[in-house]
Design a protein. Structure first.
Length: 145
C-alpha cells in the first residue's frame, strides 16, 4: 500500500511554500509561489480626488472605497487554491496541512473547495514563511502529522 503523501502549505499574503512531508522525511521548497505584491504606496500613488460638498462651494478629499492590499491577498489566495486544487486532482498529494498567517488562513478557509477541504488534516494560524529551509524539518515535525 502506497504511503499517503502529505503536503504542508506555508503562506502569508505574498509568499507561499509547499513542503512535501512523507514518512521517510521532508523535502523542503519543492514548489515556491510568489505573488507580485505591490506596496500600498505603489497602488495608491495618486492623491485622492476632490469633490464639492452637497451644499456650498467647499471641496473635500474623496476617501478610497477599497482596500487594495486585502484585494491583492485575496487574489493570491485564489491563485494558490486553484493550484492546490489542480495538483490534488492530479493525485500529487493526499493530505494537506495549512500553516498560514492568520489573515491569509481566513482567506484560504473562505475560498477552499469541498474536495480540497476534505484533504486538510490541520490548520495552524502562524507565519512560517521566513523560517530558513534547514529549520523547516524541525518545525514541521512539531505539527505531528
Amino acid at each position: 500500500m502506497k504511503a499517503k503523501e502529505t503536503w504542508v502549505l506555508i503562506a502569508d499574503g505574498a509568499r507561499a511554500r509547499i513542503v512535501r512531508h512523507a514518512q521517510e522525511g521532508i523535502e523542503a521548497e519543492d514548489l515556491l509561489f510568489e505573488f507580485d505584491h505591490k506596496q500600498l504606496g505603489e497602488i495608491m500613488s495618486d492623491r485622492p480626488g476632490r469633490s464639492f460638498a452637497s451644499e456650498g462651494t467647499r471641496r473635500s478629499a474623496i476617501e478610497y472605497r477599497s482596500e487594495p492590499e486585502k484585494e491583492q491577498e485575496a487574489r493570491f489566495a485564489e491563485a494558490l487554491l486553484a493550484e492546490l486544487e489542480r495538483r490534488l486532482h492530479a493525485h500529487e498529494f493526499d493530505r494537506l496541512a495549512i500553516v498560514a498567517e492568520p489573515r491569509m488562513l481566513g482567506m484560504l478557509r473562505k475560498g477552499i473547495s469541498p474536495a480540497l477541504r476534505r484533504s486538510v488534516v490541520t490548520e495552524v494560524p502562524k507565519d512560517l514563511t521566513k523560517v530558513p529551509r534547514h529549520e523547516l524539518g524541525v518545525v514541521i515535525a512539531q505539527l505531528d502529522l
